[in-house]
Write a protein that binds this ligand. Sequence first.
Ligand SMILES: Cc1cc2nc3c(=O)[nH]c(=O)nc-3n(C[C@H](O)[C@H](O)[C@H](O)COP(=O)(O)O)c2cc1C
Length: 341
Amino acid sequence: MNKGKQLFDRLNKKGRDFLGVESPVLGGAMSWISNHQLVSAISNAGGFGVIAGGNMPVDLFAEEIKKTQSLTTKPFGVNMITIAPNFTPQLDYACKIKADFVIFAGGLPPRDAYGKVKDAGGKLICFAPSLKAVDMHIRLGADAIIIEGHEAGGHIGPVSTSVLAEQILPQVTDIPVFVAGGIGSGFLMAHYMLMGASGIQLGTRFAASVESPAHKAFKEAFVKATAKDVQPCAKFDPRVPVIPVRAIMNDGFKEFTALQLDLIKKIEAGEISTRDAGLKLEEFWIGALRRAVVDGDVATGSLMAGQSIDFVKEIISVKAIIEEVNRDAVKELEKVITYIE
Ligand SMILES: Cc1cc2nc3c(=O)[nH]c(=O)nc-3n(C[C@H](O)[C@H](O)[C@H](O)COP(=O)(O)O)c2cc1C
């Protein structure tokens, strides 16, 4: 075995052992996209697929889990958005069936949520946008952390992946930390692993894979776009609780701008609360993403994508993506070793 591969195996051992996979490449949960088909394909290819709970009613969520179990015997996770109205029913179902891996995304969950997962014997992975959030998740029972930076697709935090990595990776060494946001290749995976990451999470690259259930037009838009085409949406007024979304710029952005300006007027007129305005904005994104992913409306739907889009050059299988990322990580580590020797 060459030295690059030996180093790769040593660096990713913690992530592999924790997830029970051959390669600690997580398929980031993506609403409307990360269903049984994509999740089982990622897990069967040696990575770690994750079902997107989104705001699915619990019966659909249960069905997705059952279908995934029928397609793979490999480990996979269930991702739930802590602020989604269906969070608690989804969580209770995941605990009832003793899901092996539960992932909390989208802010701090209710305090009892951590205990529910632990009591059911599941491993808990929490998204964290800051060192403070990491500390809190660990104190409350997280077994692993995903740090996701501003370069990512979908809803994003304000801090870049590289800054989160340099703050968090040297501090958190007891439990696995997986890095997400703007990662397109094994080149970057190798360097995050040298910095202490236990693995990486990819969203955009898998969204445009063969096994992704997204509409052909959605995937083709990913192949055509470049990193400069994916932008975060604007936020005009601090009273409107916009959680920025990164997506390929299109007319959907204009509709979001118009909606935001309308909500500002309504808040000023006392016609809507800021909380309800926030819900309207989230409803907009869920509907717009569905239009693009399911209906193929790439003009006005939302093409949520990360800056990693530059690495989507063609629509290839998840197996090919995972093999390529692993191969390039090993190649980069070999290069690092020759510098040192
Ligand atoms: C189309 C799309 C939808 C997403 N939906 C979700 C979601 O429902 N829940 C979640 O936790 N993250 C969501 N994400 C974030 C991904 O799970 C992942 O962390 C992110 O895509 C990583 O950055 P990358 O796109 O540069 O690879 C979404 C990302 C994309 C591109």
